[in-house]
Design a binder for this molecule. Structure first.
Ligand code: NAP
Length: 251
C-alpha cells in the first residue's frame, strides 16, 4: 500500500455498516489497513466477519443513533475498546417517499433526525476526541440531493442539503485543529435505500439513461473515495463534497 493511502493502525467508526454503502466502505477501510468499529441498529456481524477476514480488528455495536444518549454511549464504547477514533464515516441514513402535498410530520422528523442531526452530534462527540490529538478525518455521506431537490423525497433532500452545509461549517471551525471534514455524494446506488425506487420501471430507466457510466453504482464503488478522504492523501482537502456518481452530474 502506498503510504499516502495506507491506513494501517488507524481506527475507524462507520455508522450504518451492517449493509449497503456503509458495509462497502467499512470493507474498503479494512482493506487499506484500518481496524473498524461497526455501528448499526442490528449487529453488523457479516461486515465484521469480512473485516476480520482482511486481517483487521472489528468491534460491533448495535445502537439506534437517533438520540444523543445513544450517540455518546456508542462513541464512549468505541474509544474504550480502541483508545481513539481517527476516522468517522457518518453513513447511517434513511429515506421516505411521499409526494410533498401529503408528507407527514413523522416522515419529516425521522429523516431529518438520523440524516442531519445525528451527523452533527456524532461529529461533535468524535470531533472532541480528535481535537485532543489534533488530527482526524470525518466523512459525511451526502447525496446528489445535496445539490438538487429530488421528487417525492422532500425531507431527504432537505437533510442531504444540511449534510453538505454541516460538512462546510465544521471544516471552517475544525480544520485549524488538524481535522479534515469532507463528504461523499454518491449517485444512484444499488442498496436497500433505492429498493422501492428500483421497483418503478419508468423512473429506473430514466435514471439509468442519464448515467454516463451506463450502470448504477455498487457499494464497492465508494471504497476509493472513502480511503482517499480517510488517508494522508487528503490532508489539505477540507469542506469538500466529492461526487461519486458515474458521471450523472456532468450530464
Ligand atoms: P441502506 O442499505 O438502507 O443502509 C443504511 C444503513 O443505516 C442501514 O444499515 C440502517 O440500519 C442504518 N441506519 C438507519 N437508521 C439508523 C439509526 N437510527 N441508527 C443506526 N443505524 C441506522 O442504504 P444505503 O444506500 O447503504 O445508505 C447509506 C447512506 O448513503 C445513507 O446516508 C444514504 O442516504 C446515502 N445515500 C445512498 C444512495 C443510494 O443510492 N443508495 C445515494 C446517495 C446517498 P437498518 O438496516 O437497521 O435500517
Amino acid at each position: 500500500m502506498h503510504t499516502l493511502f495506507d491506513l494501517t493502525g488507524k481506527v475507524a467508526l462507520v455508522t450504518g455498516s451492517g449493509t449497503g454503502l456503509g458495509a462497502g466502505m467499512a470493507r474498503g477501510l479494512a482493506a487499506a489497513g484500518a481496524d473498524v468499529i461497526l455501528v448499526d441498529r442490528t449487529d453488523p456481524d457479516e461486515t465484521a466477519e469480512a473485516v476480520r477476514g482482511l486481517g483487521r480488528k472489528a468491534l460491533t455495536l448495535s445502537a439506534d443513533l437517533s438520540g444523543l444518549p445513544a450517540i455518546r454511549e456508542t462513541v464512549r464504547k468505541g474509544i474504550e475498546a480502541f483508545g481513539r477514533i481517527e476516522i468517522l464515516i457518518n453513513n447511517a441514513g434513511i429515506i421516505r417517499r411521499t409526494p410533498a402535498v401529503d408528507f407527514s410530520e413523522s416522515d419529516w422528523d425521522d429523516v431529518m433526525t438520523i440524516n442531519a442531526k445525528t451527523v452533527f452530534f456524532m461529529s461533535q462527540e468524535v470531533g472532541r476526541d480528535m481535537m485532543k490529538r489534533k488530527s482526524g478525518k470525518i466523512i459525511n455521506i451526502a447525496s446528489l440531493l445535496s445539490f438538487s431537490g429530488g421528487i417525492n423525497v422532500p425531507s431527504y433532500a432537505a437533510s442531504k442539503g444540511a449534510v453538505a452545509q454541516i460538512t462546510k461549517a465544521l471544516a471552517n471551525e475544525w480544520a485549524q485543529h488538524g481535522l479534515n471534514i469532507n463528504a461523499i455524494a454518491p449517485g444512484y446506488m444499488v442498496t436497500n435505500n433505492t429498493a422501492n425506487l428500483r421497483k418503478d420501471p419508468e423512473r429506473t430507466r430514466a435514471i439509468s439513461d442519464r448515467i454516463p457510466a451506463g450502470r448504477w453504482g455498487m457499494p464497492e464503488d465508494l471504497q476509493g473515495a472513502a480511503v482517499y478522504l480517510a488517508s494522508k492523501a487528503s490532508d489539505y482537502v477540507n469542506g469538500h463534497v466529492l461526487v461519486v456518481d458515474g458521471g450523472w452530474m456532468a450530464r
